[in-house]
Design a protein around this ligand. Structure first.
Ligand SMILES: Cc1ncc(COP(=O)(O)O)c(C=O)c1O
Length: 379
């Protein structure tokens, strides 16, 4: 047999699959997976049912997205962030995951370099490598996980092209401050870099904080892909409706990839997504309250445990520092087998630093009964 793709064959089964398998085997309470175990709002599910019943919704949409949804997204960015994305600057994708792939492939050539803040969402490295780019890593040091200008600048070379930003940040729960976003913006402008900004947790921000898309900073809209999706905000990760917004010239390249990748995102759920966005202003306060309560319940209760929780500012994840001398994968497997609770060993989100092996990541997007049972076992 001839050689398969050299990069694809280096990707391994992730630790997440091993954890899920072991969690199932020991019937552990699963706080590892990044999605809710409770129902999405009934009105939203009804929108999907109604949409599927319309026969013509069940065929392809335009490749760049259903016109109604693209229009609603344009309105949404204006209303929420005063960001003016025209319809020719918006592409509907198969979740943010496909938006990330298309954005990276649209920008990168073999030999280019990308900057990743570690811990990082694992797809950023894989898609950069598939595009032939080399990744450089900037460790956000625990427990503050702060962005630091000199740590970024010393990794910039004349080959650097893209900075991946995830804000609010999985897995640390950081919501980067204006000052930190200004550091990234300043360096991106100074060195003429693109930013791929993954904002899927944009509405999961706590304690009165507000999310700021980096594209709203002066000089940034013209060099940024702003990506997000419906999955986290509406609790429907399986719908896989996401989007990418960026200047027309960048969007054209992204759409070229998207048309030969999936052609279009699933159409009936795009109609439902458009209607959901019409209701998002009323929905968000209630959504935020549900998650803020879950965050408080989990974080405050775990103060009594041997795990030192790092309070998240956003997302539905919380990192916890392990007792000295423990390492994440072993601790995780022990926790499943002995206490019946599954978490994620975050070393999987690091490439250079070994800080990840001293922590665990918990997902608190679970119904209160599940959370309370897990807390009882953890404290
Ligand atoms: C940071 C981040 N980006 C993207 C995604 C995937 O988004 P989607 O489900 O819309 O593809 C996730 C899912 O966990 C995520 O945590």
């Amino acid at each position: 047999m001839k050689e398969l793709n050299r990069i694809a064959t280096t990707f391994k089964e992730s630790i997440f699959s091993e954890i899920s398998r072991t969690a199932n085997e020991f019937q552990a309470i699963n706080l590892s997976q990044g999605f809710p175990n409770f129902h999405a709002p009934e009105w939203l599910l009804e929108l999907a049912r109604e949409s599927v019943n319309e026969n013509h919704h069940n065929q392809y949409s335009p490749s760049s997205g259903n016109n109604g949804l693209v229009h609603e997204l344009s309105e949404y960015y204006k209303r929420f962030y005063n960001l003016d994305y025209q319809t020719n600057e918006i592409t509907v994708t198969a979740g943010c995951t496909e938006a990330l792939y298309c954005a990276a492939t649209a920008l990168l050539n073999p030999g280019d370099e990308v900057l990743l803040f570690e811990p990082f969402y694992d797809s950023y490295l894989a898609i950069s490598q598939l595009a032939g780019a080399k990744a450089k890593f900037i460790t956000l040091e625990k427990p503050e996980f702060k962005i630091n200008a000199s740590a970024i600048e010393k990794n910039i070379t004349n080959k650097t092209k893209v900075i991946f930003l995830n804000n609010p940040h999985n897995p640390t729960g950081r919501v980067f401050s204006h000052e930190e976003l200004n550091i990234i913006a300043g360096l991106a402008i100074k060195h003429d870099l693109f930013v791929i900004s993954d904002e899927v947790y944009e509405h999961l921000v706590f304690d009165g904080k507000r999310h700021t898309p980096i594209a709203t900073l002066e000089g940034m809209k013209e060099r940024t892909f702003t990506l997000s999706s419906l999955g986290k905000t509406f609790g429907v990760t399986g719908w896989k409706i996401g989007w990418a917004c960026g200047p027309e010239v960048m969007t054209k390249a992204l759409r070229n990839i998207h048309q030969f990748n999936v052609f279009c995102a699933n159409h009936p759920f795009q109609f439902a997504a458009a209607k959901a966005l019409q209701k998002i202003d009323q929905y968000i306060p209630e959504f935020k309250k549900i998650y803020e309560d879950k965050k408080n319940l989990f974080v405050n209760s775990l103060e009594k445990s041997e795990l030192k929780i790092i309070k998240p500012e956003g997302t539905y994840f919380a990192m916890a520092e392990l007792p000295a001398g423990k390492s994440d994968v072993d601790f995780c497997l022990e926790l499943i087998k002995e206490k019946g609770v599954a978490a994620i060993p975050p070393s999987a989100f690091y490439q250079e630093s070994n800080e990840g092996s001293k922590m665990l990541r918990f997902c608190f997007a679970k119904d209160n009964d599940t959370l309370n049972r897990a807390i009882e076992r953890l404290i």
